[in-house]
Design a protein around this ligand. Structure first.
Ligand SMILES: NC(=O)c1ccc[n+]([C@@H]2O[C@H](COP(=O)([O-])OP(=O)(O)OC[C@H]3O[C@@H](n4cnc5c(N)ncnc54)[C@H](OP(=O)(O)O)[C@@H]3O)[C@@H](O)[C@H]2O)c1
Length: 312
């Protein structure tokens, strides 16, 4: 007899990875999932509904959910049949780049409210049910920046580091309840995410930042970041495919990086626990040897470095 479909709740499905994931799960050939694809602004549901096609109203429903609001989370869960979530995907997230002197604390707190406390809020809401039923899976869309800091992304990386520490700790207790935790760690992904950041940056003045730091940010970091996305960027479809694999796995992994082309960069940290290799190499490449950096990015794109580094 076929098993009952698992209810999968995904946050942040108005675009990007969340949208792709919702559509892929809803079109599962074995119909193993009932997808509750959520977004904070239902005015943006058009793209998802168009991509869902005939799955809409069958294996996929759209619901409102702002991960920063207790009320919105409670309302969303009360609309799910039986209120039971088998798989929670914490995908909603926002970025923030720029010199920290020029960023307000309110902007930094918003990143933590969304990326970290948003995920924690949802977990607190679904965990009692999962524990009662002694089954469940919590998937978190983290980032390679949850493993390794990246210059001018200090606050975003910190929010992803926070997720990594929180969920790695929780994973131990939850195994006792047959509940799995998986942190999925994409590298750069070609979604609206980068576009939104570039838009913010193009108008921001970063008040209080000294001219040298501003120059490093605009003339060194920004072009390199664009090159990195161009050379190593993954499609949201590929990332969603990797998450589907994690969700359908009988023994889901705690961590899964999705982009083998990025792995030479995370390897810099793994091979030198002191951190010096990563910090010094990145510093020299970014500020002193931009031509070599350019060459390295091209190598990452063609895979000649990747083949020398064990992926994951
Ligand atoms: N793109 C990358 O390079 C990259 C790399 C590694 C990890 N990630 C992570 O992947 C996840 C998805 O990002 P993406 O690349 O798919 O970018 P995206 O297209 O910008 O999607 C982000 C989603 O989060 C939603 N969101 C933001 N604040 C929210 C809130 N308070 N409540 C509910 N939803 C909210 C956005 O909704 P609105 O449309 O309403 O803003 C949007 O649906 C994020 O956690 C991000 O950190 C992205």
């Amino acid at each position: 007899m076929a098993e009952a479909p698992r209810t999968v709740l995904i946050s942040g499905c108005s675009s990007g990875i969340g949208l792709e994931l919702a559509v892929q799960l809803a079109h599962d050939p074995r119909q193993r999932y009932q997808v509750v694809a959520t977004m904070r602004d239902l005015g943006k549901k058009g793209m998802l509904e168009a991509a869902a096609g005939e799955a809409l109203g069958q294996t996929l429903t759209v619901a409102q959910l702002d991960v920063c609001s207790d009320k919105s989370v409670a309302q969303c869960l009360s609309c799910i049949q039986g209120g039971e979530v088998d798989v929670l995907v914490n995908n909603a997230g926002v970025g923030l780049v720029g010199p920290i002197e020029g960023l307000s604390l309110a902007a930094m707190q918003n990143v933590f409210d969304t990326n970290f406390f948003g995920a924690v809020r949802l977990v607190k809401a679904v965990l009692p049910g999962m524990k009662r039923r002694r089954q469940g899976h919590i998937v978190v869309v983290s980032s390679v920046m949850g493993l390794q800091g990246v210059v001018f992304n200090e606050v975003y990386a910190a929010s992803k580091f926070a997720l990594e520490g929180f969920f790695e700790s929780l994973a131990v207790q939850l195994l006792q309840f047959n509940i799995f935790v998986s942190l999925v760690e994409p590298g750069p992904v070609a979604t609206d995410f980068e576009g939104k950041l570039m838009e913010q940056v193009s108008t921001a003045e970063f008040p209080g930042t000294d001219p040298d730091t501003l120059r490093y940010f605009r003339d060194f970091y920004l072009p390199t970041s664009r090159e990195l996305f161009r050379n190593v960027g993954q499609s949201p479809r590929d990332v969603a495919q990797a998450i589907v694999k994690v969700i359908s796995s009988a023994r889901p992994p705690l961590r899964r990086q999705t982009n083998a082309r990025y792995s030479p960069l995370t390897a810099l940290k793994a091979v030198d626990p002191s951190g010096s290799l990563y910090v010094r190499t990145t510093h020299r490449l970014l500020f002193h040897w931009p031509r070599l950096l350019d060459l390295c990015l091209r190598c990452l794109a063609c895979g000649c470095l990747r083949s020398r580094v064990q992926p994951q």
